[in-house]
Design a protein around this ligand. Structure first.
Ligand code: GAR
Length: 265
């Protein structure tokens, strides 16, 4: 069977990236890692990629944001950037975010995302995986990458059992809340933060003698299993997104995009 081409975006250590590279090398998933991109120069995952001769690139988000803050005209916004369209579609920002703040966020991210798109394009990936990429992608990027409506192809791994505890510290939030179960989630990206259709989850009990560190360790080990499994389902063409509508007893209508997993490849 043909291998799919996957690209990864990272921000840090890249242990998930490593697990996926190893799964590719060992033919546990029918995929080939064709690039690794990072939002900062210090991401150790870039070294991991280089060790496997995988091309890398960096889009320095912090520098773009700092330059824009200092002298906005020095940052090139993409020609096809329509801030009203992006503002309306996204639900990353709280509705009461002041409009100057919102425009700053959306403009700087679109500037960075245009660079990402340019660097990604030559590799023609079938799937983009976010592996500890600590930046939210806006509709500017998502609409230009997900060109086939109804067939999302950006995946993320999150260190909590979504929809609980979205954000930047999933295990910490789970642990501090006093949850008795923790876990990780792989999902497709949509216009919100960690809100897209769920592909797979793994859970484990939090025991009395667990610490935040032990919860993080147990969780990461499950992430290394879950992410390759979900990528393999995508490679086999078994993931389909369906929009389901439910009528609640109070007559409220609830609509939600969910992932359906076909039994056979
Ligand atoms: C992982 O725990 C991943 O779930 C989390 O960052 C860590 C990256 O570790 N991602 C997020 O929190 C995304 N919001 P890694 O760099 O060793 O793969």
């Amino acid at each position: 069977m043909n291998k799919i081409r996957i690209g990864a975006l990272i921000s840090g250590g890249g242990t998930n990236l490593q697990a996926i590279i190893d799964a590719c090398d060992q033919n546990r998933i029918q995929a080939e890692m064709v690039f690794v991109g990072a939002d900062n120069h210090n991401a150790y995952g870039l070294d991991r990629a280089s060790k496997h001769n995988i091309p890398t690139f960096i889009v320095d988000y912090r520098q773009i944001i700092q330059t824009y803050r200092r002298a906005a005209h020095e940052v090139t916004l993409p020609e096809d950037f329509d801030i009203d369209d992006i503002r309306q579609k996204q639900y990353l920002l709280k509705p009461d975010t002041n409009s100057q703040k919102a425009d700053f966020f959306l403009s700087t991210r679109a500037a960075a995302e245009a660079q990402l798109l340019e660097k990604i394009a030559p590799y023609s990936p079938d799937l983009l995986i976010l592996a500890g990429f600590m930046r939210n992608l806006t509709p500017y990027f998502i609409d230009r990458f997900n060109t086939d409506a109804g067939h999302p192809r950006i995946m993320n791994i999150h260190p909590a059992l979504l929809p609980a505890f979205p954000g930047t510290d999933g295990y910490g939030d789970t642990y501090r809340y006093g949850c008795k179960v923790a876990g990780c989630t792989v999902h497709f990206i949509d216009y919100g933060e960690d809100s897209g259709p769920i592909i797979g989850q793994k859970a484990f009990p939090i025991l009395e003698n667990d610490t935040l560190e032990s919860v993080q360790k147990k969780g990461l080990e499950l992430e290394w299993q879950l992410y390759p499994e979900c990528i393999q389902l995508f490679a086999q063409g078994r993931l389909h997104v369906a929009s389901l509508t439910h009528l609640l007893p109070n007559n409220q209508v609830v609509q939600r995009c969910v992932v359906k997993i076909a039994q056979n490849a």
